[in-house]
Design a protein around this ligand. Structure first.
Ligand SMILES: [Zn+2]
Length: 170
């Protein structure tokens, strides 16, 4: 796990993350639970994908029930990333952080960039992508590769396409 955001996470939480990031599709709901974060699939306004807030001593992620399951999985990853990296921001507002469909929340752009990078790594661990890509697709990124990997990792094709583009540039 070479992502620099991971270096800012406590060793205990990193250990939990590593366990879940060792197989796909990553069991994101169980991961949240193990990190002590509840998930509620909720009615939310159109244009809002998710929210994480503190309720007493607990943290709760809400995801929009009207969005596709693959999308909800990424949103949970995004909100978990806020939990792992930006807990002080969540704590500083009674409503926590609320993300639009573009994963904008009013927090600085850098904050959302970090959350998206970590979310992408959580639901699409690079070492697993590389392994799958070489073993099943001969390292070749085509439309079929994107579709196949998106289906294996239970993420949207758009998310997988972005992930694979970072791989090619690396
Ligand atoms: Zn966000």
């Amino acid at each position: 796990m070479g992502l620099k955001e991971l270096g800012r996470i406590s060793p205990e939480e990193r250990t939990i993350l590593a366990q879940y990031m060792s197989e796909y599709p990553v069991r994101i709901g169980q991961l949240a639970k193990d990190l002590g974060v509840a998930i509620r699939v909720s009615s939310m306004p159109t244009g809002v994908s998710g929210q994480i807030s503190r309720e007493g001593d607990n943290y709760v992620i809400r995801v929009n029930r009207n969005e596709a399951r693959e999308r909800q999985r990424f949103t949970i990853g995004h909100e978990l990333a806020h939990y792992l990296l930006h807990r002080n921001i969540i704590d500083s507002s009674p409503d926590g952080i609320t993300d639009t469909v573009l994963y904008r929340s009013g927090a600085p752009e850098r904050i959302e960039f970090e959350a998206n990078r970590l979310a992408a790594e959580i639901v699409m661990p690079m070492h697993l992508i590389e392994k799958e890509l070489s073993e099943k697709f001969g390292g070749l990124v085509t439309e079929a590769t994107i579709e196949g990997l998106a289906s294996s990792f239970e993420v949207s094709k758009a998310a997988m396409e972005i992930k694979l583009s970072t791989l090619v540039e690396a």
